[in-house]
Design a protein around this ligand. Structure first.
Ligand SMILES: NC(=O)c1ccc[n+]([C@@H]2O[C@H](COP(=O)([O-])OP(=O)(O)OC[C@H]3O[C@@H](n4cnc5c(N)ncnc54)[C@H](O)[C@@H]3O)[C@@H](O)[C@H]2O)c1
Length: 354
């Protein structure tokens, strides 16, 4: 494995390799928590796993993050840890974002905190969720409301795992990379926008650059206290609304959300016509037109549902303001507080709501 950098609050080291790491690289006293579905999907993974005595197989997805089920998981994981050295104990999370959120939480509370290594198996996890230290469980319908900040000591990006994903997953994940490229003026972002590579190859080529970008943002606001980290929500405010309403995959909803943000920014006078057109053109390259036509095909969102979805992350139900991330130009965004009514009015103008 090639060491790329030590970053993110000087805690996480990023490694890149073509295949699975040597078992000794992870350490002797490890509990592997793995998405059972991928064991048969990734050639050689099953044989590699036979090197480890403690392998906890789980079914990935939101159910895995259920607070109700957590104690049952913990009992089994504790039993596995009995024969391992506490001082060297590590959890190795092999899976997508849901597994990473769960295993990260386990590592943060097991015996008051043990080592954590992420080996992300989805693009979303590789670009986004394995970095930055957020762990999460769901309490009833409240998604991600139970959690800790617990950065992994290492994140391993394994080409064989990530490139083996179906192309459609790559297409869904590209929006996170487009988003990271929109947040910076660094050279990698213009190379990314100019690249002729497609899907999985494009994602692999710029993966480390996009991750380093996320580390830069996270380092400015590691515990989400100052608000700097909110720029990572570019495209997410409107994206979350349509993800929930139309059941669109997260990545595709964020792409539509960035398109919405470009129009909204222009309306607010934050974008020049030239920059506005530039952003729309860049989004067009990676967008699926059919997503933008959803509103006409499946019907517009009613006012009450729109408000509910727009305000769902708010802690106080009476709150009527949201923080929206606007474009200023390619490579620069700004966060502004807007009234949810203003957000609704603009969505209506854009024909998304009744
Ligand atoms: N902690 C964070 O900062 C953060 C950020 C964004 C999202 N998230 C969380 O991430 C989760 C979504 O992540 P996700 O999209 O990776 O979902 P996921 O972990 O639920 O995986 C989605 C599906 O892909 C399958 N899968 C995993 N690896 C595969 C592979 N290599 N090939 C084929 N199929 C594979 C899984 O079995 C599952 O069916 C959500 O729970 C979300 O809340 C966390």
């Amino acid at each position: 494995m090639k060491r790329i950098q030590k970053s993110s609050f000087k805690k996480t080291t990023l490694y890149v390799g073509n295949s699975f790491p040597r078992p000794s690289f992870l350490g002797k006293d490890v509990i592997i928590i793995i998405d059972r579905k991928i064991i048969s999907l990734i050639p050689g993974l099953s044989a590699w796993l036979s090197n480890f005595s403690a392998v906890y197989r789980v079914t990935a997805g939101e159910e895995l993050k259920s607070l109700d089920k957590f104690s049952k998981h913990m009992e089994k994981i504790l039993k596995m840890s009995d024969s391992l050295s506490l001082s060297k104990l590590k959890i190795v999370a092999i899976g997508g974002g849901s597994l990473g959120d769960f295993a990260g939480f386990v590592a943060s509370v097991l015996k008051r905190g043990v080592g954590l290594i992420h080996i992300p198996t989805t693009w979303l996890a590789a670009i986004d969720s394995a970095h930055g230290g957020k762990t999460a469980l769901n309490a009833g319908k409240s998604k991600n409301q139970i959690g800790t900040f617990y950065p992994a000591e290492s994140v391993l990006l394994v080409k064989k795992i990530l490139m083996g994903q179906p192309l459609v997953r790559g297409r869904e994940a590209i929006s996170e990379m487009v988003k990271m490229a929109f947040l910076t003026k660094k050279r990698w972002a213009s190379s990314f926008f100019k690249s002729k590579l497609k899907d999985n190859r494009l994602l692999w080529e710029f993966l480390v650059d996009a991750i380093k970008e996320k580390y830069d943002v996270v380092e400015r606001d590691p515990f989400e206290k100052k608000g700097d980290r909110r720029v990572l929500n570019l495209g997410h405010t409107f994206g979350h609304v349509i993800e929930a309403y139309y059941g669109l995959p997260h990545g595709r909803a964020v792409m539509v959300g960035m398109n919405f943000a470009a129009h909204y920014s222009r309306q607010k006078g934050l974008l020049t016509e030239k920059e506005y057109q530039k952003i729309l053109n860049l989004l067009d390259i990676h967008s699926e037109n059919k997503d933008l036509q959803l509103a006409t095909r499946r019907g517009k969102i009613d006012k009450k549902t729109f408000y509910k979805l727009a305000l769902r992350d708010k802690k106080r139900s009476k709150q009527s303001k949201i923080i929206f991330i606007f474009f200023k130009k390619v490579g620069s965004v700004v966060q502004r507080e807007v009234d949810v009514k203003d957000f609704y009015d603009f969505a209506k103008k854009q024909n998304w709501v009744k």
